[in-house]
Design a protein around this ligand. Structure first.
Ligand code: ADP
Length: 364
């Protein structure tokens, strides 16, 4: 039934002010009441059953969630430790290999290519460090062997002279001669030890380079004064043409030492009637020092090696105490120290030319 919005008297009817209609009945309500109560009791029983079922399901759900959480925790714990153990395995391999490195060969006993990519550069670096340690160790061993070898001959000569002299009573001039021989050997030994110390100081980095303003032509004149009598005593012609001042900021002691070494060799490895020439030039920003000889020359296969310590191209000069094969090693170290460059031209049977180039940099 549709309710008109307004009655005839103009009363406005809305949902809230709908008029209520009360119907009074004379029926007995008691049977309905009982039915209603029975229905209500059923409903309450149903609701309790549903409540019990829900509580059971809830506690089951709680138990399941608890089990799942526990399971996840145990899995993460076990899986995590397994994962960590697995990723640490290569590190353990590296550590085991490092502990097996022996000072005899300094080799890392493992194949780096089988390791994970992140560890390979570390193992490569480690192998390189071990290789440089090995070569330093080898150099040390070689140096000890070379030094002992060099000292043995002059020491044996010294012992022999003393023993032979003491075998019987001798005259004063004989004792004098023996003592002079001993003094000569002692000088050679001192020279050898001085050179070994020079190189040791360079290696240890305690050999300081003291640069000062020098006139290179003055330094060369001093070297010429030492080498000329030596060359002439060996029947050689010696020349040094001085071409005006050659200003340079350098270490004069090192320059003198390296030029004297080159001059001694030029005299030593010359041929009868040969020549030794010393020259110094200023060429733009470069100062060039040249030591040229008409000596025996150096074979191409020896050209690199002669700068190595204790290397002699001519083994016949071994054991003299003077020619220990250290002169050119010192020359090379000193040229490096002075920031210069060393060049060698040589032809067997014709002669050699050692050239040292020193840069003047921004000097005036
Ligand atoms: P050493 O004390 O034996 O002279 P160096 O280091 O000065 O040692 O020289 C190494 C070797 O190089 C020498 O033993 C010699 O064989 C060779 N050598 C050096 N300078 C010359 C040169 N001017 N002419 C020919 N050979 C040379």
């Amino acid at each position: 039934m549709t309710i008109p919005a307004y009655t005839r008297s103009g009363y406005r009817v809305t949902e809230s002010n709908l008029p209520s209609v009360y119907v009074q009945s004379a029926w007995d309500q008691a049977p309905f009441e009982k039915k209603l109560q029975a229905l209500q009791a059923d409903r309450i029983a149903e609701i309790r059953a549903v409540q019990r079922a829900s509580e059971e399901s809830l506690s089951q759900l709680r138990f399941q969630i608890g089990m799942i959480t526990l399971g996840t925790f145990v899995t993460v714990l076990l899986g995590g430790s397994l994962l960590v153990r697995r990723s640490l395995k290569p590190l353990k391999q590296v550590s085991a290999a490092v502990s097996e490195v022996s000072e005899k060969d300094f080799l890392l006993p493992m194949d780096g290519s089988k390791l994970p990519g992140e560890l390979r550069p570390i193992v490569e670096r480690l192998s390189l460090t071990l290789a440089s340690l090995r070569s330093a160790f080898d150099r040390e061993k070689q140096a000890t062997a070379d030094i002992s070898h060099e000292l043995r001959t002059p020491l044996a000569a010294l012992t022999t002279i003393i023993e032979v002299t003491l075998r019987k009573e001798r005259s004063s001039p004989e004792y004098r001669e023996a003592l002079q021989d001993c003094r000569e050997i002692a000088r050679q030994l001192t020279h050898l030890v001085d050179r070994i110390l020079m190189l040791a100081r360079v290696d240890a980095g305690i050999d300081r380079t003291c640069r000062t303003s020098v006139d290179v032509s003055e330094v060369l004149a001093g070297c010429a004064a030492v080498a000329r009598p030596l060359a002439e005593a060996n029947g050689l012609k010696f020349s040094y043409a001085r071409n005006g001042p050659i200003p340079l900021a350098t270490d004069p002691d090192k320059l003198r030492e390296l030029v004297l070494n080159l001059l001694h060799n030029a005299v030593e490895y010359n041929r009868p009637g040969g020549t030794v020439e010393l020259g110094g030039h200023l060429d733009g920003r470069n100062v060039t020092v040249e030591v040229r000889d008409t000596g025996i020359g150096i074979a191409p296969e020896d050209m690199v090696q002669i700068f190595e310590r204790f290397y002699r191209a001519d083994p016949a000069r071994e054991g003299t105490g003077i020619h220990a094969g250290l002169g050119l090693a010192i020359v090379r170290e000193y040229v490096n120290r002075l920031g210069g460059r060393l060049h060698l031209d040589s032809t067997v049977g014709v002669g050699s030319c050692f050239r040292v180039e020193l840069s003047r940099g921004d000097q005036e």
